[in-house]
Write a protein that binds this ligand. Structure first.
Ligand code: SF4
Length: 400
């Protein structure tokens, strides 16, 4: 059995390392321009080179996202950027704009992946892009696994689909709500998630019928339980979404999909496989989500694909920080969120989720602190065997 590639988001170099450590075969990263995630950290060229070098050592892949729609004013910079990227030799570009595709084909030797933003939904479109030089097609999010099988019966090409992460109310990411609400262009990396807000809705029956609801708040995709069918379909790559999501989301989701894919490869079947997938799915729902749907993958998006009544995230754990260094007795943690001595800590490492009891917080240099401040480095007693790039989290007492 050939397992599909597990492809994870990497918003920065640390996330790239975490994704590889927890089992991703490949990552997608944004450059400083043309990456459609203006507010992710993104990679400068030095970081990108370091990421590609690491991937080459590990036998993994780094794909660079160039999926903005370029305007004339962008073209000179794009020429220069492509030349810089050619020197670094990432393992693929993810592109939606035909102009960018043509330029990348002419100016570089990098394999070209057609982005989901290009809204490819049928075999004829795959054939078109294949003849244009694409080595992989990332299908529109609206294409089901059954349709992928039909496409693969007609066209021999690598297909990639989304399996996990935030969905949105646009068609394959094409949206102008943020342009209208905030003057930011979603199609050039400026989405401000305007669809997540509550909207005041009135109908023909007058003001009494007015109500406020999150009418466009798409649930998150979670196709973990469908992996056996997806693996059977011959799809080449499975993408987890979320370059701006936390280290905890990244490690937790990559680990769950890695374990699920490996279990399938190792021949786990029937009830035992279903039980395993159900346990892993429970792990996925620990971390912030907008409730889950399989809409788009096994059935068309529908009313159940939207979380109308709830504009926030559900979670039972949240990120505290990432382990930077360890000694025999101590761990040093890069704190992202604050930490109180009364918090209940857990650690996510390669062997899974474990409690991390602690009764004092120390500064980097070892001074006892009343609490840990966000964006500082603290020292904790090593009450469980931790490694650098393990993820610390705390229990949240109620859903947010
Ligand atoms: S505003 Fe919402 S629907 Fe539009 S691109 Fe952003 S997340 Fe998608």
């Amino acid at each position: 059995m050939t397992l599909p590639e597990l492809l994870a988001p990497a918003g920065n170099l640390e996330k790239l390392k975490i994704a590889f450590r927890f089992g991703a075969d490949a990552v997608f990263v944004g450059g400083k321009v043309f990456g459609l995630r203006k507010y992710a950290d993104n990679f400068d060229l030095t970081e990108l080179k370091a990421g590609v070098d690491l991937a080459n050592q590990l036998g993994k892949q780094v794909y660079v996202v160039l999926n903005g729609f370029a305007h004339e004013a962008d073209m000179d910079a794009l020429h220069d950027h492509l030349a810089e990227l050619e020197a670094i030799q990432p393992h693929g570009f993810i592109i939606s704009d035909m102009g960018v595709f043509q330029l990348a084909k002419r100016l570089t030797t990098i394999p070209l992946h057609v982005s989901t933003q290009a809204s490819v939904t049928n075999a004829a479109a795959c054939q078109f892009w294949k003849e244009a030089g694409a080595s992989r097609i990332i299908l529109a999010r609206e294409v089901s696994v059954a349709e992928c099988r039909e496409i693969l019966a007609e066209v021999e090409t690598e297909l990639e689909v989304f399996v996990h992460g935030a969905m949105c109310a646009s068609y394959s990411g094409k949206c102008v709500i943020s342009n209208y609400s905030a003057g930011r262009d979603s199609n050039r990396g400026g989405c401000v998630q305007s669809c997540r807000h509550p909207y005041h809705v009135a109908d023909d029956h007058g003001p009494d019928a007015a109500y406020t609801r999150h009418i466009m708040n798409a649930k998150d995709l979670n196709a973990l339980m469908l992996l056996p069918e997806i693996v059977q379909s011959g799809i080449a790559s499975l993408k987890i979404e979320g370059r701006m999501k936390s280290n905890l989301y990244l490690a937790n989701s990559v680990r769950a999909y890695r374990l699920a894919l490996d279990a399938i490869a190792n021949g786990l079947e029937g009830d035992a496989l279903q039980d395993h997938l159900t346990r892993l799915s429970t792990d996925l729902s620990l971390v912030s989500n907008r409730q889950f749907t399989t809409g788009g993958v096994d059935h068309p998006l529908d009313a159940d694909s939207v979380n109308r009544d709830f504009g926030h995230y559900e979670k039972s754990i949240e990120l505290v920080g990432t382990v930077k260094e360890t000694s025999d007795q101590w761990i040093w943690v890069d704190l992202k969120g604050g930490l109180m001595v009364s918090d209940t800590l857990g650690v996510l490492g390669e062997t899974g989720h474990h409690p991390l009891p602690f009764d004092e917080i120390r500064s980097y240099a070892g001074r006892v602190l009343p609490h840990g401040n966000p964006n500082s480095v603290i020292q904790l007693a090593k009450t469980f065997e931790c490694q650098p790039l393990d993820i610390l989290y705390k229990q949240v007492s109620h859903a947010h």
